[in-house]
Write a protein that binds this ligand. Structure first.
Ligand code: ZN
Length: 170
């Protein structure tokens, strides 16, 4: 299939490939559970090829890329601030209702696994360790996640950012 003819995936199956300028947007999309690849070692051509192979929508701040590669699954991100970019992408691809927050590693994009308290002891500060029983761990980079003040702050930020776009409140 020619790149320009490929159909866009919908809603919950939305997968993204962000360019190197969109690191913070990529982290926010991952926090919402959307599969968002970012590899700063890729050339433009390799990025486009990989996105097509993996059926990812390309998110880019690079006008040149948009003009050079006239493929359907390529979105030029107009906004410059990460949260405004998140709002833009969410609106453009109708992501509301498809998010699965805090299920994916914001650092490396891997789906998180539940981890037992014993398994995470060395990786968690004592106070968080003592006050939580639920932990998630990234099987790739080993980062450990738990519901704490940090995630509450992020939820608030997401709610404020995505309000009025049809995102369910909490
Ligand atoms: Zn990770």
């Amino acid at each position: 299939m020619a790149p320009a003819d490929r159909p866009l995936p919908l809603g919950s199956e939305m997968r993204f490939m962000a360019d190197a300028m969109l690191e913070r947007l990529a982290a926010w999309l991952r926090i919402l559970g959307f599969d968002t690849a970012l590899d700063r070692t890729l050339s433009d051509e390799a990025l486009v090829q990989q996105a097509i192979q993996q059926q990812r929508v390309i998110l880019t701040r690079d006008r040149r890329l948009t003009e050079e590669w006239r493929v359907s699954g390529l979105h030029f991100v107009a906004e410059t601030a990460p949260l405004a970019q998140l709002r833009e992408v969410s609106r453009r691809f109708d992501l509301a209702g498809h998010a699965r927050p805090f299920t994916r590693c914001s650092r490396c994009n891997t789906v998180l696994d539940p981890a037992s308290k014993r398994d995470v002891r060395a990786a968690v500060p004592p106070r968080a360790y003592a006050s939580h029983s639920m932990f998630l761990r990234c099987p790739t980079c080993q980062r450990v996640y738990w519901p704490g003040a940090h995630t509450r702050r992020m939820r608030r930020t997401l709610r404020d950012t995505l309000a009025r776009l049809g995102w369910p409140g909490e």
